[in-house]
Design a protein around this ligand. Structure first.
Ligand SMILES: Cc1cc2nc3c(=O)[nH]c(=O)nc-3n(C[C@H](O)[C@H](O)[C@H](O)COP(=O)(O)OP(=O)(O)OC[C@H]3O[C@@H](n4cnc5c(N)ncnc54)[C@H](O)[C@@H]3O)c2cc1C
Length: 282
């Protein structure tokens, strides 16, 4: 379908973009890669009166390592993230997003700001205990991942604000794995599990992070699995026991592809597989 008519600007600086957003009123929207917003506009599920395109704004695409963290510009594409090996699990998860066209145009800031629980990257930000920088007229604020995803398609980005940067801790020494379940290679996740594991010198589990995609209206951490393994053995039996708790506290949406119970089953099975792979790699 054809979207409702809208105005379009492509400012050169962040300040100009923020001014355009504010002047555009409540129906002005930021445009990043357009791979979620444009389809919604074509379906007439979104009808912004003004699009403020960020593609010309300087300084929003870099990926730098600094003081144990990666600073990633909001307009960094999924492809760029997938090509940065130091990003570990984030790079691996980004490489599973759709097809090359989507990965070249879709952005990390866009997918996080959009807050779709079926997206791959939100659960990774949450599990890594990363954060984002959000800029508005009043200045910049940093929001921890745990406070960022508030509800289905609802994040901490306010009406006239722009997400400018993502901070991800460099998880040096962690083994990682991403298990994404879909019908075809390039589909969205029915559900997915991202795992990071580090080992103590005696081989036991020093730290473990488990992020769950599409198991509720927001990304989740499988905290019971993490608690069961931290400081304990990483034997196959211990991993299998801990993984039984992977669906605790989840509320997966049933859809055409899978019932809620099937997604809970997938969470347990894929959590075990991801933990085994990550533990072997740690
Ligand atoms: C065919 C297809 C398959 C896909 N498969 C997958 C998949 O398997 N896994 C997956 O994770 N994703 C998938 N996607 C979505 C893709 O990852 C999108 O890139 C992503 O959801 C949105 O990023 P974007 O840069 O395109 O944002 P846009 O579509 O431009 O924007 C999305 C929303 O976020 C807001 N926004 C964007 N950037 C900012 C910012 N910096 N600050 C404030 N607000 C902002 C916009 O106003 C809009 O409301 C798929 C998309 C398509 C079209």
């Amino acid at each position: 379908m054809i979207p409702v008519e809208f105005d379009y600007v492509a400012p050169d600086s962040l300040d100009e973009a923020l001014t355009a957003l504010r002047d555009g009123g409540e129906d002005a929207k930021v445009l990043a890669g357009g791979h979620s917003l444009i389809p919604l506009m074509k379906l007439r599920l979104a009808a912004p009166t003004l699009l403020v395109d960020l593609r010309r704004v300087q300084g929003l695409t870099g990926i730098q390592r600094e003081n144990g963290h990666f600073r990633i510009g909001a307009m960094a594409s999924h492809y760029a993230v997938s090509q940065e090996p130091g990003l570990g699990l984030a790079a691996l998860a980004a490489s599973t997003i759709a097809d090359p066209q989507v990965r070249y145009r879709g952005t990390l800031g866009g997918t996080l700001a959009h807050g779709d629980p079926a997206s791959d990257m939100p659960a990774i930000l949450l599990a890594a205990e990363g954060s984002v920088t959000v800029r508005g007229a009043e200045g910049a604020r940093e929001v921890a991942a745990a406070d960022f995803f508030q509800d289905y398609l609802t994040t901490a980005v306010g009406e006239h604000e722009i997400l400018t940067e993502i901070r991800l801790p460099a998880m040096d020494g962690y083994g990682f794995a991403y298990e994404k379940f879909n019908r075809r290679q390039e589909d969205w996740a029915m559900m997915a599990v991202g795992v990071m594991v580090s080992k103590a010198p005696d081989g036991s589990c020093a730290d473990v992070r488990v992020g769950l995609t599409h198991m509720a209206g927001v990304p989740l951490r499988a905290t019971e699995v993490e608690q069961a393994l931290r400081g304990q053995s990483l034997s196959p039996e211990a991993i299998a026991r801990a993984s039984e708790a992977a669906a605790e506290g989840t509320d997966p949406p049933a859809d055409l592809n899978a019932s809620a119970d099937y997604k809970r089953h997938l969470a347990r099975v894929l959590c075990r597989r991801a933990l085994e792979t990550a533990a072997a790699a740690a």
